[in-house]
Write a protein that binds this ligand. Structure first.
Ligand SMILES: *[C@@H]1O[C@H](CO)[C@@H](O)[C@H](O)[C@H]1NC(C)=O
Ligand SMILES: *[C@@H]1O[C@H](CO)[C@@H](O)[C@H](O)[C@H]1NC(C)=O
Ligand SMILES: *[C@@H]1O[C@H](CO)[C@@H](O)[C@H](O)[C@H]1NC(C)=O
Length: 218
């Protein structure tokens, strides 16, 4: 199977690969697409619920490792040897679980964004459930590369043992922007469009769309 796959890779141009990608996509990843698309539907309303319903310049305190952006992914891919995408996907779930928890924690029961955020978290949990079910359990016991293990340890540290220098302030909207952009990058097969191939891992992809997407930005 690997041989055949390699052979096809060799003879195909990018376009050809692009057209047959859905067929060759690992079934595990294919399972993920439906819950991730549902999650994307929620995330597309993030400006309304994560910016407009909060005071101007409102920020929450997060661990600096919870600021997980495209630039972090490209740095890790460059610096960590044999970094499997699966490891980055696991990290993505770990990071964003904490991010959602922290956002929910600052919202009173009757905050207008509360139902939205609760649903977002539910959809995130669904995607995580499918992710876990779609891989053999051993995958989740595999040792992580040291750099990634360090990040993991930082994320799961008891809050009162986290040194002051490790906290950062970030707006809920910016945290969900990271959440969304890194999702497109790490699960890009699920968001591929046949008309216009996109490199979601490329930081400039999001800069380009900024004016159009993010109006009225303050
Ligand atoms: C994400 O969801 C929004 C709203 O449903 C949609 O307009 C957008 O095309 C989706 N993004 C991708 C990459 O599928
Ligand atoms: C929000 O932050 C911007 C940039 O730091 C600053 O210029 C602006 O005055 C702040 N607005 C308020 C209401 O604090
Ligand atoms: C991402 O990079 C920023 C600084 O560039 C850093 O503070 C943060 O800890 C990194 N996030 C992760 C998950 O490594």
């Amino acid at each position: 199977m690997l041989q055949i796959y390699k052979y096809i890779l060799d003879i195909c141009t990018t376009l050809c690969l692009f057209l047959i990608a859905p067929v060759l996509m690992a079934p595990t990843l294919a399972n993920m697409c439906r819950p991730l698309k549902t999650l994307n539907d929620s995330l597309s309303h993030r400006r309304r619920y994560m910016k407009h319903n909060f005071p101007i310049n409102y920020t929450i305190r997060v661990h600096h490792k919870e600021i997980f952006k495209l630039s972090n992914i490209s740095k890790m891919r460059l610096n960590v040897e044999e970094l499997d995408d699966l490891v980055l996907q696991r990290l993505w779930f770990q990071v964003n679980q904490g991010v959602l928890k922290k956002i929910i924690r600052v919202m009173p029961e009757r905050h207008p964004s509360r139902p939205y955020t609760a649903e977002l978290e539910r959809r995130f949990r669904d995607a995580e459930g499918v992710f876990v079910e779609s891989h053999p359990a051993e995958v989740f016991q595999q040792e992580l590369p040291d750099t990634i293990q360090d990040i993991w340890d930082g994320l799961t540290e008891e809050p009162d043992r986290v040194p002051d220098s490790s906290w950062r302030f970030a707006s809920p909207k910016s945290l969900l922007d990271n959440f969304c952009h890194t999702m497109f990058c790490l699960f890009s097969e699920c968001f591929a469009s046949t008309e216009a191939p996109q490199d979601y891992c490329d930081v400039s992809h999001w800069r380009k769309g900024r004016k159009k997407d993010l109006q009225p930005e303050s």
